[in-house]
Ligand binder design. Structure first.
Ligand SMILES: [Zn+2]
Length: 339
C-alpha cells in the first residue's frame, strides 16, 4: 500500500481522461480526517480548513501527505453556500505552530458542500484555488484540495483535486488512491484545541459577530539574559546607594528565597526597622516591584510597593521620612547626612 501511486486524471471540468504522466499518492492522517468528520457531521453550513503536511516530488511522482489542518477560526463567515475563513486566526495559528514545528507547510485546503448538494467545486472555488496556487506568497507549486460533499453511514464522501502553479486546468485524484493512515501529527492536540475554542467563541459571540482585533498593546517579553543583567545592575546600584545613605543596611535572604535589605533608623530612644524586599522571581520581571515595609515598636506601620526604576531611591527616602514624621507620639529624627 505504501508505494501505491495513481495517475492524475481529468481536467477542470471533471472529465476523466489521462492527461499527464504524473503519479500521485495521497496519505491523510486519521486524526485529522476524524476531526473533519466531526466538524462536518455537527454542522449544516459549509465548514473547512487549511491543510498542513508535505508535497514531495521525486523520480516516482508526487507524494501528498496531509498531517493536519487549521480550522476556519472564531470569526469565520459561513453559510450553506459560502465560507470565508478567519484569515487573521489562521495566520496566527500557523505562526504559533511554526515555533513548535519549523517544518510545517501549508499544502492546500478542504471545505464542505455537504449542506448544499453540490458535489463539485464551484466556479468560485476553482478561481480561488487557482489564485492561491499562483500567489507569490504560497511556497509550493501544488495546491491540494479536499471537497467533502456528503456524509453517509458516518463516512465522509469526498473528492480530491490538485491545482498546479502556472497551469489553468486542475486535476482530479481518484478516491481509491487516497489512504487514511494511522500516523499522528505531534501537534494535533494544539490544532484540535484551537478548533474547539473557535467553536466555543462562535457560540459565545454569535455567528459573524466576533469583535476584531482590539488594538491592545501586547508587550513582548525581554529575553531572560537581559533581565538577569538588569537585576544585577539594580542590586549593585542599591548596594552602593545603601552604603552611602543607610550604612547599617544588611542584605539577607528570606525563608522563601527573596533577597531583602534590612536596616534600622535610630531616633530618640526608639527606632524604625526598614525592610526592602525584591520580588520573588527576579529574572522574570525586568523592572519589577519591590516591597518596602517599615516597622515601629513591633508593628508594621507602612507597606508600600516600590517600582524598581530609577526613581526608587528617592521614593524610599521620601517614604522613610514621611513615616518618621508621622510617628508623632514619639517623633523620630532621621539623621541622614546631606550628600
Ligand atoms: Zn465550495
Amino acid at each position: 500500500m505504501k508505494n501505491k501511486r495513481s495517475k492524475i486524471y481529468g481536467n477542470s471540468w471533471g472529465t476523466q481522461k489521462d492527461i499527464r504522466e504524473i503519479d500521485v499518492k495521497v496519505e491523510i492522517f486519521r486524526n485529522a480526517w476524524n476531526r473533519i468528520k466531526k466538524a462536518v457531521s455537527s454542522s449544516n453550513i459549509e465548514e473547512g480548513g487549511k491543510l498542513l503536511g508535505t508535497i514531495r516530488q521525486d523520480m516516482n511522482g508526487l507524494t501528498i501527505e496531509v498531517s493536519s489542518y487549521i480550522d476556519s477560526g472564531p470569526a469565520v463567515d459561513n453559510s450553506a453556500t459560502h465560507l470565508h475563513p478567519d484569515g487573521d486566526y489562521q495566520e496566527s495559528m500557523f505562526r504559533i505552530l511554526e515555533t513548535f514545528d519549523p517544518e510545517v507547510q501549508h499544502i492546500g485546503s478542504w471545505h464542505s458542500h455537504h449542506c448544499n448538494g453540490l458535489d463539485e467545486l464551484s466556479q468560485g472555488d476553482i478561481r480561488g484555488y487557482q489564485r492561491s496556487v499562483n500567489n507569490p506568497q504560497y511556497n509550493l507549486d501544488y495546491f491540494f484540495v479536499i471537497l467533502i460533499y456528503g456524509v453517509r453511514a458516518r463516512e465522509l464522501r469526498a473528492k480530491y483535486y490538485l491545482f498546479c502553479r502556472g497551469q489553468n486546468p486542475h486535476y482530479i485524484i481518484r478516491e481509491t488512491e487516497v489512504d487514511i493512515i494511522g500516523e499522528v501529527y505531534p501537534f494535533e492536540e494544539l490544532l484540535s484545541a484551537g478548533e474547539k475554542t473557535s467553536e466555543q467563541s462562535r457560540r459565545i459571540h454569535g455567528l459573524r459577530n466576533i469583535p476584531r482585533k482590539t488594538g491592545k498593546n501586547f508587550l513582548r517579553d525581554t529575553p531572560v539574559h537581559e533581565q538577569t543583567e538588569s537585576i544585577k545592575e539594580i542590586l549593585s546600584d542599591d548596594s552602593k546607594w545603601l552604603k552611602e545613605r543607610f550604612p547599617s543596611a544588611v542584605a539577607s535572604r528570606s525563608k522563601r528565597g527573596r533577597i531583602r535589605w534590612n536596616w534600622q533608623i535610630k531616633g530618640d530612644g526608639n527606632f524604625l526597622w526598614v525592610h526592602y524586599t525584591y520580588p520573588p522571581k527576579l529574572n522574570e520581571n525586568e523592572t519589577g516591584t519591590a516591597k518596602l515595609e517599615i516597622a515601629y515598636k513591633n508593628s508594621m506601620i507602612l507597606v508600600e510597593s516600590v517600582q524598581l526604576d530609577s526613581n526608587r531611591h528617592e521614593l524610599i527616602e521620601e517614604l522613610i521620612a514621611k513615616t518618621a514624621h508621622d510617628t508623632v507620639s514619639n517623633p523620630i529624627r532621621i539623621d541622614i547626612t546631606e550628600q
